[in-house]
Design a protein around this ligand. Sequence first.
Ligand SMILES: [Zn+2]
Length: 185
Amino acid sequence: MYHICKKTCNKCGLIYICKTEQDPYRYEGSGKKWKEHNKLDNCGIDHHTEVLFSSDNKEKTMEFCTKYGKETNPYYWKTPEYANLIMEGGGYNMLGDANPNRKHGRAVGWKSDKSIQKENDRIRNADYHANNREVERARMRCLSYVKKGNYEKALENFNKWNPKYTTFQEYWNKYAPAERMSQID
Ligand SMILES: [Zn+2]
């Protein structure tokens, strides 16, 4: 059985979309950025899991992933809320000939989609990783200042982090300790 899971860090809200054939609630996820995040002192492995899709059928799983990444939650991997560096395709991640998505030496399915292929190439670029580190630092600083109740510094870093799906106020209300909240009423 293939499971497509959405894992959300209980401490900072970082999200990771992943596929597993293991127990989806026990599987910790194997993405580079996600694993790095899980080593952070503030967070560790403390996340909850939502199973978005389950199937015995690999093609249906890959179809779900493509639809999810292009329609349901378009380009989630490009947004700083997600630890994904590329779209979870639901199939094999390797690009070699052993990849069953390759037929007659060419990638088929989502891997042959030019826009996604181009994006995947882009993220291998060193500049991207440099920029991403800055964003990641801003995200961590933002959370740290929110938890300290430093509204101004938190906002400054929030603006550098620039997440797409939450406003600063929502983020503050969600992660600031309750006793600090009264400061901004
Ligand atoms: Zn976290």
